[in-house]
Design a protein around this ligand. Structure first.
Ligand SMILES: *Cc1c(COP(=O)(O)O)cnc(C)c1O
Length: 432
C-alpha cells in the first residue's frame, strides 16, 4: 500500500490503482487522465453515513461537497449511497439535477447568489438554501413570493474560529466574505430578520471552519460556539434551531508527512462533545449535518501523465516535464499544495531522483511539485500524482487551450469513462 489502500505495486513493478495496472490504464485511456476508485469513494460515504447515524443521531447525514468533485456520475453514486449534497453554484445545481439527484437533499451555498440563482434553486425545489446575508434574505423572500413557495433555509453564521491556531475568537475569521459573525452581533440581527419573514422557514444554522483539519478540536470549538448561539437565540427570540450544519473540512493524507486520520473515531469524539455541550447549554440536540468534500474523494483519485523532457541543470536542479500541469491541477501553483509523485512505470525502483515536476504550459509557475524524489524517469514513462481526487478535475481549466482530461472510474477490477476527454473542437466550440 502506498499512502492509501487504492495504491499498490504489482509484480512488474508498476503502480496499481484499485487493482489495475496504471501503465496499462495510461495506454488504454491516454494521458493525462484522472482515475477514480469509486469503490473507495463508496466506502468513505458509508463510513460517514454509519458513523453519523451512530454518533450524531438517527436523522444525521453527511452532505457531499460537490465543489471537491462534480460530474453527473458522482451525484448518481452519492444518491445510491444515500447521502445528501452541498452545491455552491447554479452549475453544480444543474449537474445534480441533470443526474436525477433528489433536489430536496441539496443544500445551496454561496456568498453572492444572484436573483437568477435563487430563482433557479427555488424552481428546482432545492431542500435548503443557506442564506449568507440580510439582503439575500430579502431577495429570497421576494422571489419566493413571486413563485408562491415557502423555502426552507439555514443561516450561515461565522463562529470566528481559526482552524489552524485553534483560536476561538480570531478576528481573522470574523473578517470573512462568508456569513454573519456572532462576535459583532450581526448574526443575532440576521436571525431576527429571518424569523420576521412569514414566508421563509428557518430550520437552523450553518458554519464552516476550514479545510484539511486533522483533529476534532476546531469542530468541537465550532459546535461549542454554535450551540451557545442556539441557546442565546432561544432566550432572545424563543426560537430553537432544529438543524446544525457544521460544514466540511476533515483532512486527507496527501504525503507521508500528513498524519493518518481515523474519521470514525473523530466523529465519535465530536458526537460525545456535542451531547455534553447540549447538556451544558440546555438545548435539545439538533439534527447534525456535515459537508465532507475532499475526505470523500481525494484519496480515491490520482492523475497519470506521460513523462516528456528530463533535464538536469548542473549546480541547480533537475526537471521532469509531463503532458499536463496547472490546467488539470492548479493547486501547487495556487497554494503550494504538496503531493506524492511517483514513476508508475518503475514504482519498485529506488526513488532517488530528486526533481521538480513541471507542466506543459507556457508559464514558469506551472509546476506540480518541487523537491520530490522518484525513480529517474525516461521519456515515455508514466508519472502518477496520487490523491488528486478532490479539487483537481473540479478546478481544471483550458489555459493554453489545453483540453481537460477524462475521468475514468475504476470499480471491481474494471475501468469505464465517466467524463470523456475534451477535444480541441470542444475547446473552440463556443467561439463565434
Ligand atoms: C469547502 C466547503 C466544504 C468542503 O470542504 P472539504 O475541506 O473539502 O471537506 C463544505 N462546506 C462548505 C460550506 C465549504 O465551503
Amino acid at each position: 500500500m502506498i499512502l492509501h489502500p487504492t495504491y499498490e505495486l504489482n509484480e512488474t513493478g508498476h503502480l496499481t490503482v484499485a487493482g489495475l495496472d496504471a501503465v496499462e490504464l495510461a495506454r488504454e485511456f491516454g494521458t493525462p487522465v484522472y482515475l477514480l476508485d469509486t469503490d473507495a469513494v463508496r466506502a468513505q460515504c458509508r463510513l460517514y453515513r454509519e458513523a453519523f447515524r451512530e454518533f450524531f443521531g438517527e436523522t444525521s447525514l453527511p452532505a457531499f461537497a460537490g465543489k471537491a468533485l462534480c460530474y453527473k456520475g458522482l451525484y448518481r453514486l452519492i444518491a445510491e449511497e444515500g447521502i445528501l449534497a452541498d452545491c455552491v453554484s447554479p452549475g453544480e445545481l444543474f449537474t445534480a439535477h441533470a443526474a436525477g439527484f433528489l433536489m430536496e437533499n441539496v443544500f445551496f451555498h454561496g456568498n453572492n447568489k444572484t436573483d437568477a440563482d435563487l430563482r433557479y434553486a427555488l424552481e428546482l425545489g432545492v431542500g435548503h438554501i443557506v442564506a449568507d446575508g440580510e439582503d439575500e434574505l430579502d431577495a429570497l423572500d421576494r422571489i419566493a413570493a413571486e413563485l408562491d413557495v415557502r423555502p426552507h433555509i439555514l443561516l450561515r453564521i461565522t463562529p470566528g474560529i481559526d482552524p489552524h491556531t485553534h483560536k476561538k475568537i480570531s478576528t481573522g475569521n470574523v473578517d470573512s466574505k462568508f456569513g454573519m459573525a456572532i462576535a459583532t452581533g450581526q448574526a443575532m440581527e440576521f436571525v431576527k430578520r429571518a424569523l420576521a419573514s412569514p414566508r421563509l422557514i428557518l430550520d437552523g444554522f450553518h458554519c464552516h471552519v476550514g479545510s484539511q483539519i486533522f483533529d476534532t478540536e476546531p469542530f468541537t470549538d465550532a459546535c461549542d460556539i454554535m450551540l451557545g448561539f442556539i441557546a442565546a437565540v432561544r432566550s432572545e427570540t424563543g426560537y430553537e434551531a432544529g438543524m446544525l450544519n457544521i460544514g466540511g473540512g476533515f483532512g486527507v493524507r496527501y504525503t507521508e508527512a500528513d498524519p493518518e486520520i481515523d474519521y470514525r473515531e473523530n466523529i465519535r469524539l465530536l458526537g460525545a462533545e456535542i451531547d455534553r455541550m447540549c447538556g451544558v447549554y440546555g438545548v435539545s440536540k439538533p439534527r447534525i449535518v456535515m459537508e465532507p468534500g475532499r475526505s470523500i474523494v481525494a484519496a480515491a483519485g490520482c492523475t497519470l501523465y506521460t513523462c516528456g523532457t528530463v533535464k538536469t541543470i548542473p549546480g541547480y536542479r533537475s526537471y521532469i516535464s509531463v503532458d499536463g500541469g496547472m490546467p488539470d491541477n492548479p493547486r501547487y501553483a495556487l497554494y503550494q499544495s504538496q503531493y506524492t509523485v511517483l514513476n508508475a512505470s518503475r514504482a519498485n525502483a529506488k526513488a532517488d531522483f530528486t526533481c521538480t515536476v513541471a507542466g506543459r504550459c507556457c508559464e514558469s509557475g506551472d509546476l506540480l511539485a518541487e523537491g520530490v524524489s522518484l525513480a529517474k524517469p525516461s521519456r515515455g514513462d508514466i508519472i502518477a500524482v496520487l490523491v488528486t481526487g478532490a479539487y483537481n478535475y473540479s478546478m481544471a481549466s483550458n489555459y493554453n487551450r489545453i483540453p481537460r482530461p477524462p475521468v475514468v472510474e475504476l470499480s471491481g477490477g474494471s475501468a469505464r469513462v465517466a467524463v470523456r476527454r475534451e477535444t480541441y473542437a470542444d475547446v473552440a466550440a463556443l467561439d463565434c
